[in-house]
Design a protein around this ligand. Structure first.
Ligand code: ZN
Length: 625
């Protein structure tokens, strides 16, 4: 794909006479693409079977004459009122049996065959209309699957499909009963009809059922996507994508990305701003298909969906675009082009104000677009990797050892931050990936590791850091009889007992004190060296960190600074100062300053100064070492 810069545009929200003027303004801002159409079902099909594409015909025609191309979104995230009135059974149902009402969006069930029929029909109508248009360069199917906790539905349609999914997986009911351990609490099933979704109960559900229901729910979203994509492919050969989300783990994005021609995602700040968190999401998106990605929606400033929708400086937008390009994006579309005074997103900022006038955000976007437009797509070199498997995020939600612990933030993000603060590039690797080119791999609390990945680890020549609870579960979400399963030989240890901990535990490594958190394990040393010890009373006899050859094991959840110390002990350098982003490419490195303060770094005996929200390129660090 060529470099794409533009915005998400909703011509249906304004007087239609404005289209020509908007095209002029967009051209002046350096746009070469807009995304349109993804929430416009009731405009295009105002009554069942009555279609009116005149608005989008006019947009496509006007914009193509200006040299602005189109990413066409299909509108199935917003089933219109007439469809819900006609078929209320398409609505999702929550765990308490309540229907999710019309009045917002994403209210449909992925497993409603009635909904799929209507969704395929409108998707095909879009594809028929614009499949041969040279102005339409790509398709976005639906919008943000799973947003607003809509991945999992508990309705009768889902119950029926879940049983089919289970029959395909287990074949015989006896196999399922044994795998799930249903003899516990008298849950043995005599026939498939007795199996229901994990609806509200007064105590905990069977962890095996919970994990399979999450797998099933993720598969349901992916199957829905596949059916819609088939409708588009009947009429168009253009690439198909879907816009993924920040910090989102309910759908297996690695599996979904196999259905996408390129990955795109929506870059929003989910909580308190942390540039490393946005960077991690970019790196994850790049890692899904090991190729450049598109930022389909870039937050321009204030949003509408947080408890406090903060103001952001326009210069930050310039930084956010630059950051995405440095992490491997091939384009950026601002959401949204113009602020809208009505509707649920009325507080969301845009490049244009409510009155249609340009804001300083438009100048900031234009400046960033111009900087990157003519440059090659940047692709960070392979240096270090973090192992993830979406199923482990699901196991994490069912794990009762320490509910204060979250794999995503306390395990994966802490590891990412430690590596990035030292200035190393990070890729995410999945079970099927080749890991041989990485100099270092971190496996943070991967509860379940598939056999295909376990087999790669003894052959891995790089350094390895593995933290507690790794390989403690099997594919059914049951605890392994020997932990860490399949890694005993590499690590030279056995976990003989474990517990959660409320308090942080002191431990010593390299003559310094650090904190372990959430979990503490009692290790039996078989063939490893103890390199770190717990200091807190009650745990003093427990080894905290062990090493065997190139593999380190940490018998707790290490704080970020401990991870950094472990990395340095493994030979990694402190290439970057805190609060600066360093990204390494084959020919050069890039240093970005995410803060509102001027900063400096010493490199090669020289001081490099960076203005607020700015970046510089220079000769690379010795990335091969
Ligand atoms: Zn359902």
């Amino acid at each position: 794909m060529k470099k794409l810069f533009g915005a998400c545009y909703y011509p249906e929200h304004w007087e239609y006479e404005r289209i020509e003027k908007d095209a002029e303004i967009m051209k002046s801002l350096g746009f070469n693409v807009v995304r349109i159409g993804e929430f416009a079902w009731s405009v295009v099909e105002p009554n069942p079977g009555e279609y009116d594409f005149s608005l989008f015909d006019r947009v496509v025609d006007t914009f193509s004459k200006k040299g602005i191309e189109i990413i066409m979104g299909t509108p199935t995230a917003t089933p219109p009122a007439w469809l819900v009135e006609l078929h209320p059974e398409i609505l999702q149902e929550d765990e308490f049996g309540h229907k999710i009402n019309f009045g917002s969006r994403r209210h449909y069930c992925f497993n409603s065959q009635i909904y799929r029929k209507f969704a395929k029909r409108i998707t095909e109508k879009y594809a028929e209309r614009y499949g041969s248009s040279s102005a339409v360069i790509a398709w976005q199917i639906d919008n943000e699957y799973g947003c607003h906790n809509s991945t999992v539905c508990y309705c009768d349609d889902c119950a029926r499909e879940f049983r089919r999914w289970l029959k395909r997986k287990y074949g015989k009911l006896e196999t399922l009963n044994e795998a799930w351990g249903t003899v516990f609490w008298s849950q043995q099933y005599r026939n498939w009809e007795e199996i229901i979704p994990p609806r509200h109960t007064i105590a905990g559900h069977n962890p095996s059922l919970l994990l399979d229901y999450m797998r099933f729910s993720s598969d349901s979203a992916i199957e829905f996507h596949r059916e819609m994509a088939e409708m588009v492919k009947k009429h168009s050969s253009k690439p198909i994508t879907h816009n993924l989300m920040v910090n989102f783990t309910e759908i297996d994005y690695h599996k979904l990305s196999k259905e996408l021609d390129f990955v795109s995602w929506d870059n929003y700040i989910p909580g308190n701003y942390d540039y490393q968190l946005q960077g991690m999401n970019h790196d994850l998106m790049r890692s899904l298909k090991k190729s450049p990605f598109l930022v389909m929606e870039q937050q321009p400033g204030r949003v509408n969906w947080k408890g406090v929708n903060e103001h952001h400086q326009p210069e930050q937008l310039k930084y956010w675009i630059a950051q995405s390009m440095a992490h491997g994006a091939f384009g950026s579309l601002i959401f949204r082009y113009r602020q809208l005074p009505y509707g649920a997103e009325q507080y969301h900022s845009g490049l244009l104000n409510y009155n249609g006038e340009l804001t300083p955000r438009a100048s900031a976007a234009k400046e960033a677009f111009e900087t990157f437009k003519e440059k090659e797509v940047l692709f960070p070199v392979k240096e270090t990797a973090i192992y993830i498997d979406y199923e482990n995020f699901w196991i994490d939600t069912t794990s009762g050892l320490n509910n204060n612990y979250t794999l995503f933030s306390d395990g994966v993000f802490a590891s990412y931050k430690a590596l990035r603060e030292l200035g190393y590039n990070v890729d995410f690797v999945f079970p099927e990936d080749d890991i041989s080119e990485y100099k270092l791999l971190v496996i943070p609390s991967a509860y379940y590791i598939r056999e295909e990945f376990l087999e790669k680890l003894p052959k891995f020549k790089g350094k390895l850091i593995i933290t507690s609870m790794t390989s403690s579960k099997d594919k059914y979400n049951n605890i392994r009889l020997s932990v860490p399963y399949g890694l005993e030989e590499i690590l030279g240890i056995e976990v003989v007992d474990f517990g959660g901990t409320e308090m942080e535990l002191d431990l010593a490594f390299n003559g310094k004190r650090f904190k372990g958190r959430f979990v503490v394990e009692n290790l039996k040393i078989v063939d490893a060296e103890i390199v770190g010890e717990f200091l807190s009373s009650g745990f003093k006899e427990f080894p905290a960190i062990t090493q065997k050859g190139n593999a380190i094991y940490v018998a707790t959840i290490p704080e970020k600074n401990l991870l950094k110390e472990l990395l340095i002990s493994f030979g990694l350098e402190e290439r970057a100062k805190d609060d600066l982003e360093l990204i390494n490419f084959k020919e050069f490195s890039m240093l970005l300053n995410p803060s509102s303060e001027k900063r400096e770094i010493e490199h090669d005996g020289k001081h490099i100064y960076l203005e607020a929200y700015c970046w510089k390129t220079f000769n690379p660090f010795q990335v091969g070492q």
